[in-house]
Design a protein around this ligand. Structure first.
Ligand SMILES: [Zn+2]
Length: 287
């Protein structure tokens, strides 16, 4: 038991460090993708004075603390957002590693989590979700479904089709693909229908096209249950955060709060503990 504990501890530390390093790269993506700049070249620069950041000033989390949140060259304040994204990414890597173990599912989930982090912060900053991330992520999610054993489960849409006899003789890879595509269709379709009804009733846009593509992408990675879970959880979280803001700052705030980060948070919760939470909910309701 002790040995297992210590080896698990080492794995967790390694995953945290890996996550923090990747989080540092996600910061670059969050800053540059909406500005249509290359995410590879040039190397990191101070947003204020454009001085290149030296490698020893670019160590995730550590450099921020050593520099006390200021640029070495110009002394300008560095946003706390940079270490925050690194910390969140590192923490998520540890959580996913603990929940899923070293598996193909883990690799896919980490890619999914990184996409959601970048999308959320870009949406917070610019109120847009670039297609390269949502549609690109959607295609990636469909392609990666082939590597996900859990997508062949009886719980999933693919599993439903199998038990209905529709895919009985289909290879398992096709079942996994059906699960992912089912999620895409429901995700994009559901939010598209909500957006159109809202527009019809209120004569103005309430749900943006970016959110529709985002829920499609979430479906590609999480399947149908994941879409429903993310939409319900995202709406709840959005209301909890948004309602007080609207009461304080007025109706106008409704259109200044992006929905993408809440959908993303809902999807992350689903990816980590969705099945447990769904079972808990139904055992509570059906008691
Ligand atoms: Zn500077």
């Amino acid at each position: 038991m002790n040995e297992w504990l210590s080896s698990q501890f080492v794995v967790n530390v390694l995953f945290f460090v890996l996550g923090a390093i990747i989080g540092s790269f996600l910061n670059v993506c969050i800053y540059r993708i909406p500005r249509n700049e290359s995410i590879v070249r040039p190397g990191s620069r101070c947003p204020a004075c454009e001085a290149p950041i030296l490698f020893y000033d670019n160590i995730p989390l550590v450099s921020y603390m050593l520099l006390r949140g200021r640029c070495r060259n110009c002394g300008e304040h560095i946003s706390i957002r940079y270490p925050f994204v690194e910390l969140v990414t590192g923490a998520l890597f540890v959580v996913f590693c603990t929940v899923l173990g070293l598996s193909p599912e883990l690799a896919v989930s980490l890619v999914f989590a990184c996409l959601l982090i970048v999308i959320s912060f870009i949406d917070l900053d610019h109120l847009i979700i670039p297609d390269i991330l949502s549609l690109g992520g959607l295609l990636l999610g469909v392609a990666l479904s082939f590597f996900r054993p859990s997508f062949g489960n009886v719980d999933s849409v693919g599993g439903l089709l199998v038990s209905a006899g529709l895919l009985r003789w289909a290879p398992e890879s096709l079942v996994r693909l059906a699960t992912s595509l089912g999620g895409v269709l429901l995700g994009a379709g559901l939010l598209f229908a909500i957006a159109k009804s809202y527009e019809f009733l209120r004569k103005r846009e309430g749900v943006g096209g970016g959110d529709i593509k985002l829920l499609g992408m979430i479906g590609a990675f999480c399947g149908i249950e994941g879409v429903i879970f993310s939409l319900v959880a995202g709406s709840l979280l959005g209301t909890i955060v948004g309602l007080p803001l609207m009461l304080i700052k007025g109706e106008g705030m409704k259109y200044a709060i992006p929905f993408g980060p809440f959908l993303s948070l809902g999807a992350l919760i689903y990816a980590i503990a969705g099945n447990d939470l769904i079972h808990l909910f139904f055992s509570f309701v059906l008691r």
